[in-house]
Design a protein around this ligand. Structure first.
Ligand code: 5CA
Ligand code: ZN
Length: 409
């Protein structure tokens, strides 16, 4: 699959600071020390509906990670998937009487447009579940052959007990895991499983559903977690820096994925940090495709909202917070964008060096984008009230806001 075009990242004077980021597994900040090439895997969309503000907020967080790393003069190896075959996608296609593959293609194309408009830097590899199947099958066969997976009525399940580190990503107890498993795509009540939490690795072909050649597994399609693991291991290998997604992926998705990878390789951990973005709500409830309480990025764009204002609205909340989308949030961002643009449109202004430093420090400190915005607000207020004599300072501010926050002024 192809990704989307990269917007240019302006070069800045000086160098950024190393990222300290909250890791779900340890519950605290970790100082990541990636080599010259930082490695990150971010879970992509299941493309059965358009990109909503919740998705955009999560991808915004990981775009900031990429920008902080680039600012430390590292390269970034960023991989993202597209879950282009899964139960919710097939159910939606069935409901609407359309071909599931056409639905996936259409919504993935819209996602690329939205990401481009929001100036999210693309992943180096953007990979679909379907195209990954030839790589997934041998992994499932290997897990089965080593005794970490078992068959149940033609389906293949992963045995969570095969990974001694199972549970370390989410830190949840068995009861909480069971509840979340039932809510988020698992089948804890299916009779015959060794452990109710065991997730499916390979689902035998079902009547009326697409299926692929699974070698010794028989025809079928892959489970959700093994999809991301196959893609991550293929392109990044074990011990990569960040596994990212929204907080609803911590369990079971990232827990199970880590266990699949750790059982397969005998190495620990799969990722140095598991990073999770908070959930965006609308009308008091988590924005979700299944509930339908959605604000679409593409709809806002069609209504004439500047994508830079949408991006500023996302940045005005800390990535780990759960927050509520309202018209006021967007209105405030539109006002802020107008003030910032006016402030950088003058040839001179207050000195910019300290501001660039403040933005860098804020982002390196667990991606504190709201603190970065406050710093730019302060510079803007000074420019509005007193102006300044530093020639070229507004240009430096404009480039820093673009390079570090992805907002084109
Ligand atoms: N395809 C899988 C991941 S492999 C998936 O979860 N797809 S998704 O389309 O449901 O979600 C894509 C990303 O958006 C995930 O990281 C998810 O955690 C995040 N996300 C979904 N809803 C929200 C929300 N309301 N607020 C913030 N992030 C959200
Ligand atoms: Zn995933």
């Amino acid at each position: 699959m192809h990704a989307w075009p990269a917007s240019e990242v302006p070069a800045l004077p000086g160098q950024g600071r190393d990222l300290r980021i909250h890791d779900t597994a340890t519950g605290g900040l970790v100082i990541l020390d990636p080599g010259p090439v930082a490695r990150i895997y971010v879970c992509g969309i299941t493309p059965y509906d358009a990109t909503h503000i919740g998705h955009a907020a999560t991808y915004n967080a990981f775009d900031l990670v990429q920008r902080v790393w680039l600012d430390t003069k590292r390269q970034v190896h960023y991989v993202q998937n597209v879950t282009d075959v899964d139960d919710p996608l097939l159910e939606r296609a069935q409901r609407d009487g359309i071909d599931w593959a056409a639905l996936a293609e259409q919504e993935t194309a819209l996602f690329r447009e939205d990401m481009t408009a929001l100036r999210m830097l693309p992943p180096r590899q953007y990979i679909g579940a379907v195209e990954s199947i030839p790589g997934i099958v041998p992994l499932v066969e290997r897990l089965r052959d080593m005794g970490a997976a078992y068959e149940l009525e033609g389906d293949v399940y992963f045995s969570v007990e095969s990974d001694p580190h199972f549970g370390k990503v989410s830190g949840l107890d068995a009861a909480a895991m069971r509840l979340l498993s039932a809510e988020r795509g698992g089948d804890p009540d299916r009779p015959g499983k060794k452990n109710p939490l065991d997730p499916m690795l390979w689902m035998a072909a079902r009547e009326g559903e697409p299926s692929w050649d699974g070698g010794s597994l028989g025809r079928g399609r892959p489970g959700w977690h093994i999809e991301c693991v196959a893609i991550a291991l293929d392109h990044l290998g074990m011990g990569f820096d960040i596994q990212g997604g929204g907080s609803d992926l911590a369990f079971p998705h990232h827990e199970m994925g880590a266990s699949h990878a750790q059982a397969l390789t005998g190495e620990f951990p799969m990722a140095k940090a598991y990073v999770h973005a908070g959930m965006v709500a609308l009308d008091g409830e988590k924005m979700s495709k299944s509930k339908g309480n959605l604000v679409f990025v593409s709809k806002l764009r069609r209504d004439g909202v500047d994508p830079a204002a949408i991006r500023l609205a996302l940045l005005s909340h800390h990535y780990r917070a759960d927050w509520e989308w309202t018209d006021q949030v967007l209105q405030d961002a539109v006002t802020r964008l107008g003030r910032w643009r006016a402030a950088v449109s003058r040839p001179d202004g207050p000195p910019a060096e300290a501001l660039v430093d403040e933005i860098r420090e804020a982002l390196a400190n667990d991606l504190d984008a709201p603190a970065a915005l406050t710093a730019v607000d302060r510079w803007t207020a000074q420019q509005e009230q007193h102006g300044g004599t530093d020639e070229g300072a507004p240009g430096v501010v404009s480039r820093a806001v673009d390079a570090l926050l992805g907002v084109a002024l």
